[in-house]
Design a protein around this ligand. Structure first.
Ligand SMILES: [Zn+2]
Length: 125
């Protein structure tokens, strides 16, 4: 695969990352809003079943945390695209396979380094 082809792929991935970033920002915003409203409702004493309410809130917090982490990964990937370091493994410096980038546009490592990283107990992606 030539470098010209990679540039085209990166442009396509950048579009996907930007679209996903927009979705996540919206999801996080409405998630925060919903949590705020729920807290307010509970403060007022509107929520009858405290157990259920806190369970729902826990779920929302898990969602929010996951969305926030994904958003952070996307921001970092977009920064790497602009810095020209996108598509290179942060560990070994080799090019990350295009198929891997298409599957995980936020991938920081090549497959070999990622597997090594996970075996050492590191996080995914
Ligand atoms: Zn590597």
């Amino acid at each position: 695969m030539t470098s010209v082809r990679r540039t085209e792929v990166y442009r396509e991935l950048e579009d996907r990352l930007r679209a996903r970033r927009g979705e996540l920002r919206q999801a996080i915003q409405s998630g925060l809003q919903a949590m705020g409203e729920e807290r307010l409702a509970r403060d007022i004493g509107d929520v009858g079943d405290d157990g259920l309410a806190s369970w729902i809130q826990d779920l929302q917090e898990v969602d929010l945390q996951r969305d926030t982490e994904e958003l952070r990964d996307i921001e970092q990937a977009l920064e790497r695209i602009h810095a020209g370091t996108y598509g290179y493994c942060v560990d070994c410096g080799d090019e990350v396979a295009v198929a891997r980038l298409r599957a995980y546009p936020t991938a920081k490592r090549c497959l070999e380094c990622q597997e090594l990283h996970e075996r050492r107990g590191g996080a995914r992606a």
